[in-house]
Design a binder for this molecule. Structure first.
Ligand code: 7PM
Length: 297
């Protein structure tokens, strides 16, 4: 029996009691039974600095190879981004972002994997979905011009993320009285804005935005209480992979954060996160097997 068949048999759990009629992307696509396991979202950055040789052809080749390897490893959603949200990163023009992401979407569409477009720009959302993407991941929670209306028209699942400030200065002096309450309240307001724009609740997932305008203590507090986000009733996405909070905990540079990334992936799963956004799909897939085995014992 394949892993895919096995994972269909997982029984229901309170962790997964969410709004009824979830969009199929939040379920086990191609199967009659709903997902009772966390989904793995694999990160695919298409920026000139993310591949060894900046040439256009090589970038596309390498991106495709990486995508196929993630599919092999059991990825559920490939998150394709053409704009770096790194603090201080240069902003990317609309057409350039489209030119980066559309060719790779066209190459991997039809591989039986969900494709999410990591963007805040309405025009990029539209071009990506027309090319074959079936989810939007917006770190600005549809607050840029036209994004809310465009997302409503596209009728695809959408992840709303919280960020305090703007990427350029968000890490300068993050401040909260109660980080969990304030982030949750922002996400609730954005869900309401989506509903007012005609986006059904069943399309929406929420993300506290680890590292986006948060200190180390804020990030820890959000992970320690991530079940409070899950309690809101929408699928929670957690992006912790290789982030600086792990560097602080383990005292390791970004290329040595695999074990700490896996540890927090398991914690997030156990606390009810439904989508785990990661660089290391194969290893996270092993962690998910551990999670599921224990969950069903
Ligand atoms: C530098 C800093 C490079 C931060 C890359 C990053 C998330 C996301 C990112 C997340 C959602 C990274 C981040 N993080 N989208 N995009 N949630 N929904 O580490 O946590 O990948 S970019």
């Amino acid at each position: 029996m394949s892993f895919t068949q096995k994972r269909c048999r997982i029984s229901a759990s309170f962790l997964f009691r969410t709004v009824s009629n979830l969009h199929p992307i939040y379920q086990n696509l191609g199967s009659a039974s709903p997902a009772k396991y966390p989904l793995i979202m694999g990160i695919l950055n298409i920026t000139p600095d993310s591949f060894s040789d900046g040439s256009h052809y090589n970038t596309l080749e390498q991106a495709e190879r990486r995508a196929l390897s993630m599919i092999d490893s059991g990825v559920d959603i490939i998150d394709i981004g053409g704009e770096s949200t790194r603090p201080g990163a240069a902003s990317v023009g609309e057409q350039e972002e489209i030119d980066r992401v559309v060719p790779i979407i066209e190459r991997i569409r039809g591989c039986g994997v969900n494709i999410s477009i990591d963007t805040s720009k309405a025009a990029v959302m539209k071009a990506a979905v027309e090319a074959g993407a079936n989810m939007i991941n917006d770190v600005r929670a549809l607050q840029l011009d036209g994004a809310l209306q465009t997302a409503a028209e596209l009728e695809v699942p959408i992840c709303l993320m919280h960020m305090q400030g703007k990427p350029r200065q968000m890490q300068q002096a993050p401040y909260y009285k109660d980080v969990v309450a304030e982030v949750l309240s922002f996400l609730q307001q954005r869900v309401k804005a989506c509903e007012n724009a005609g986006i059904g609740k069943q399309l929406i997932s929420i993300d506290p935005g680890f590292g986006f305008g948060k200190t180390f203590e804020h990030n820890l507090m959000m992970l320690a209480h991530i079940e409070r986000f899950a309690a809101f009733g929408l699928p929670v996405l957690a992006g912790l992979s290789r982030k600086s909070m792990l560097g602080e905990i383990a005292g390791k540079p970004v290329n040595q954060r695999l074990s700490s990334s896996l540890a927090v992936a398991l914690v997030a799963m156990q606390k009810g996160a439904r989508i785990i956004r990661v660089h290391d799909v194969e290893e996270t897939s092993d962690i998910r097997k551990v999670y599921m085995a224990l969950h069903n014992a």
